[in-house]
Design a binder for this molecule. Structure first.
Ligand code: BG6
Length: 476
């Protein structure tokens, strides 16, 4: 069996990495508007004092403020996606456009913007796939509640979700709740708007924030089912394929431990309950997430329709200190450099077979349809004298990954709804804030300091992907 005729080929972006217009038409500051760009971004995200300072005074260059100005270019951009033959376009809604303070009055101008985006998609027969929360929320919620650490956010998120479901019920059929829900384990402010003042409380805060997001996610699933009976709503996780560095049993055990932590939140979203090991762990550590019997019922009764995930690279793990020092770089998950793999310019290890592993692993684990909603190569591009951009390295990366995905569908029988390549148009990198880390089929003239005309140019990969979609993934 090959890709089905209604397989959803397309591309993905996120509101804050593309839209810009950060204070326009009633939008307020959101958590992603207070991070500088550059290699130091990740350290800044983990530094509560630095973020507090940025919230109070907006000094310096914040790449998301203008990003690629999708807010004013969406018609041109969606026309280019349509030219490539996209069947689906994944983006997110900025909560801060709809409820600038996270609570209080709804902002009609914000709702109107997404009306226009989804109408434009419809014009070309492109299905929007919409993430409710992609690593941003109104900064007011961090200031007042310390983000998802406080369960006061659950009803606020539910209200936001119901507002957009009601508004877009005739326009959007595919929804995701939280982008890479497991990211809060690695970067609490990025994933959950939480600032940590006391490191000894960090672990408890992160499990509490994740629990609150899980309940909010389940309530969004419930509302979606009641309000949009024909729609499908899924979870989203950053997949992790880790290889034991050696055949030492300890290395295999470490791989198992890392993977089960990575997927424990998706376990709740897809199966409806916390895994036993985690309940025990939380109780041993005396971590009280505030879970109630009512929460447990909500989680049990509102599992997702499908499981979506991002896939970029893999890593190796070992408990042997002599090899464990050889760290891979770039990837937020860290891990050890795998000697059998090449790395991208940003140190992310390239491993197409790992995508087949991830697809099989997730399908075996959840027995639900899957959706690859992020995959791609972040690379710097060179513009030739004639203006062309010959990104053969990107084509090669995508071709090999799509081949692996095809094998998982054809030979392994994995049920797959679609594939959206990440950053289908160049956008701001989430981990570094750089523009030079480009994923797109479409080049955007903007650099790491905010210079450039914002002009859009088709790269070589644009024509390659167009042909691939036209042939439903058969011509690889
Ligand atoms: C995923 C995120 O983790 O990776 C995206 O959902 C992000 O928002 C993508 O952009 C690629 O990472 P980066 O740091 O290269 O932009």
């Amino acid at each position: 069996m090959s890709f089905s005729n209604n397989f959803l080929w397309g591309g993905a972006i996120a509101a804050h990495q593309a839209e810009g217009a950060y204070l326009e038409d009633g939008k307020s500051l959101s958590t992603c508007d207070v991070m500088h760009g550059g290699k130091g971004r990740f350290a800044e995200i983990l530094d509560t004092n630095a973020i507090r300072k940025n919230i109070e005074s907006q000094n310096g260059y914040f790449p998301e403020h203008i990003a690629i100005d999708f807010y004013h270019h969406y018609k041109e951009d969606i026309a280019l996606f349509a030219e490539m033959g996209f069947k689906v376009f994944r983006t997110s809604i900025s909560w801060a456009r709809i409820f600038p303070d996270g609570e209080g009055e709804v902002n009609e101008a914000g709702l109107r913007f997404y009306d226009s985006v989804f109408d434009e998609c419809k014009k070309y027969g492109i299905e929007p796939l919409v993430t409710l929360s992609h690593w941003e929320m109104p900064i007011a919620l961090t200031k007042k509640y310390n983000g998802w650490a406080n369960r006061a956010l659950i009803p606020l998120f539910e209200r936001y979700a119901k507002t957009v479901f009601a508004r877009y019920k005739n326009k959007v059929k595919y929804w995701l709740t939280f982008n890479e829900i497991n990211m809060s384990f690695h970067a609490l402010f990025l994933g959950a708007g939480v600032l940590v003042d006391d490191e000894s409380k960090k672990e408890a805060l992160s499990y509490t924030a994740c629990h609150n997001q899980l309940v909010a996610s389940a309530l969004a699933v419930k509302a979606c089912r009641e309000m949009l009976p024909g729609a499908k709503i899924g979870s989203m996780v950053a997949s992790m394929v880790a290889y034991p560095y050696s055949s030492r049993p300890e290395d295999s055990w470490q791989k198992m431990e890392l993977e089960r932590k990575n997927y424990c939140l998706t376990d709740v979203q897809a199966r409806g309950a916390y895994p036993q090991w985690l309940k025990r762990y939380l109780s041993e550590k005396k971590i009280d997430t505030g879970i109630t019997a009512e929460d447990e019922r909500i989680l049990r009764e509102n599992t997702v329709d499908f499981v979506s995930f991002s896939y970029y690279s893999t890593s190796a793990v070992s408990t042997d200190p002599s090899v464990a020092k050889d760290k891979g770089t770039g990837n937020i998950f860290g891990g050890i450099k795998n000697p059998y793999l090449k790395s991208s310019e940003w140190g992310w290890q390239i491993d197409p077979i790992g995508l087949r592993v991830a697809l099989n692993f997730l399908y075996d684990r959840y027995q639900k349809p899957l959706f690859v909603v992020e995959n791609g190569l972040g690379a710097s591009d060179n513009i030739e004298a004639d203006g062309s951009i010959n990104d053969d390295y990107r084509i090669e990366y995508l071709r090999e990954h799509i081949k692996a995905m095809k094998t998982a569908v054809e030979e392994d029988g994995v049920e797959l709804l679609g594939y959206t390549s990440w950053g289908c148009i160049d956008i701001v990198s989430a981990s570094t804030g750089e523009m030079s880390k480009r994923y797109g089929f479409i080049h955007v003239d903007r650099d790491d300091s905010g210079n450039g005309t914002l002009a859009r140019t088709r790269k070589k990969s644009f024509f390659w992907y167009k042909e691939l979609i036209a042939g439903n993934g058969e011509k690889l």
